[in-house]
Design a protein around this ligand. Sequence first.
Ligand code: URA
Length: 199
Amino acid sequence: MARPEAELLRIADMAALEQVVKGCTACRLRAGCRGVVFGDGNPAARLMLIGEGPGADEDRLGRPFVGRAGQLLDRILAACGFDRQRHVYIANVVKCRPPGNRTPTPDERAACLPNLRAQMRLVNPVIVVLLGSTALQALIDPAARITRWRGQWIHRDGVWYMPTYHPAALLRNPSLKRDCWHDFKKVIDKYRELVDPYH
Ligand code: URA
């Protein structure tokens, strides 16, 4: 069962929210995975990264972005001077692995969105990097294409969103890395402007 969004939004700390989300059976995904992959990093970070959903490695280890795409993401973050456990909080649109790593369906995304929104309310980020089209569509516009929207700031409800390519897309097509690096340089600049001028 899913908890009503209003109830999730009243939960005051991340550990309590994690316990509630771990009991979520709002969609079919929970029945086909090992466990809920809730989130990782610093819940007090001003920078949040949002991916699509856990893959096989994440499902096994219970943490987001720990497989090949995650290792590439770690290298990108390190190149930006961001420490994964200190400067960022990482979550996914869906918290349970879709079978065979397929893209989560619109109803699965919608079922999990209250969990992500509750996480975002607790982190209260200044900057959110949307990794790929699932995150872009879930939070900004269901019809948005990452190829058109990447690299452009979206300022909504006081939060600066930067859509960019998902690291898995970079692994499939390394020629996208240049654009992605461009986008992350904008994130560094915004972080210096709004969070820490000495970063
Ligand atoms: N891809 C995602 O979108 N999220 C993960 O946690 C791992 C791979």
